[in-house]
Write a protein that binds this ligand. Structure first.
Ligand SMILES: Nc1nc2c(ncn2[C@@H]2O[C@H](COP(=O)(O)OP(=O)(O)OP(=O)(O)O)[C@@H](O)[C@H]2O)c(=O)[nH]1
Ligand SMILES: [Mg+2]
Length: 296
């Protein structure tokens, strides 16, 4: 019997959702950083084996939106919960629940699909705290399975995958077997650049950054020439991104280029320009242009 279905991974920002999806895929397809609100779009990846196909949906961390971009992100999460076969609610073991988690759990009660509770980062938490968290959360919502894991070092993730397959319905192959994501190459490239900015820049600057691919072309030698705009919100932020003597910008571009070359398997010539677009996170037209489109 061939099984297939959609598995959405939801939870607060920074709990490790994207790390888990990458671990289950065995490939880095969703960007990861120590900063909350790294993921901004639903990222779909496809894991196909002999007897199953899972479509994972990595979602933005759930939070109270402070601007239109945040509203887009939260709409993406609620969209991900429609028509999925299984919802993985991920949290970390803090022993008690913050208001963020409580809010998500209330939403989760209304969801009809199967539900797993996954407590992540057990590599850095005491076993007692993990047990307390499992109990507190388990009392609020009924879960089909409860699994403590470490997405970072892969502890229990094989077990989690096995359980996911157990709960999947019989179904068709939705995507060709060699397809691992439905995301466009351009999108992944822009995300890689944003990830480097998130990791290398400090304070509030990285949250106000978007990356726009201006052009991406291959020459006769197969080298990719990629021109991008890095959008930020303030002139002062532009100064920080560029850095003294352009050093910060160079660092971001160098790290990004290395990853993009691995992704595309070809040499890459990457040019980045920094542009200021005041309050772009609240500007519907700019949001749309940058790919944060609210459908309906
Ligand atoms: N120690 C430890 N760190 C982890 C684990 N899983 C993820 N992390 C780290 O937690 C941070 C956040 O990971 P992400 O995967 O970006 O978290 P996320 O839930 O996707 O975050 P958003 O996209 O912002 O919602 C990164 O620094 C990861 O390396 C884990 O199992 N153990
Ligand atoms: Mg993420």
């Amino acid at each position: 019997m061939f099984k297939s279905g959609y598995v959405a991974i939801i939870g607060r920002p920074n709990v490790g959702k994207s790390t888990l999806m990458n671990n289950l895929m065995g490939e880095k397809l969703s960007i990861v950083s120590p900063r909350p609100q790294t993921t901004r779009n639903n990222i779909q990846t496809i894991l196909t084996k002999k007897d199953f196909q899972i479509i994972f949906v990595d979602t933005p961390g759930m939070h109270k939106p402070k601007h239109k971009l945040g509203e887009f992100m939260m709409k993406s999460v609620s969209d991900s919960l429609k028509d999925v076969d299984l919802v993985v609610f991920m949290t970390t073991a803090d022993g008690e629940l913050g208001p963020g988690d409580k809010h998500i759990l209330e939403d989760l009660k209304k969801v009809n699909s199967k539900k797993f509770l996954v407590v992540n980062k057990i590599d850095e938490t005491k076993a007692e705290t993990v047990a307390e968290t499992l109990q507190v959360v388990g009392e609020l919502v009924e879960f089909d399975e409860i699994i403590p894991i470490s997405a970072l070092n892969g502890k229990n993730t094989d077990k989690l995958l096995e359980l996911m397959v157990d709960y999947l319905p019989e179904g068709p192959m939705y995507y060709p077997e060699d397809m691992i994501t439905d995301a466009q190459e351009r999108f992944i490239v822009s995300e890689i650049i944003r990830e480097k900015a998130l990791r290398l820049l400090s304070q509030e600057v990285p949250h106000g950054i978007a990356v726009e691919i201006v052009s991406m072309k291959q020459d006769k030698k197969n080298t990719y020439h990629i021109d991008v705009n890095m959008i930020c919100e303030k002139d002062s932020h532009k100064g920080i991104i560029v850095g003294k003597g352009g050093l910060m910008m160079k660092k971001i571009a160098t790290y990004a280029r290395e990853d993009i070359e691995k992704l595309l398997g070809e040499k890459v010539d990457l040019k980045v320009w920094v542009k200021v677009r005041k309050e772009w996170r609240d500007n519907p037209n700019l949001l749309r242009e940058l790919g944060y489109k609210m459908n309906k």
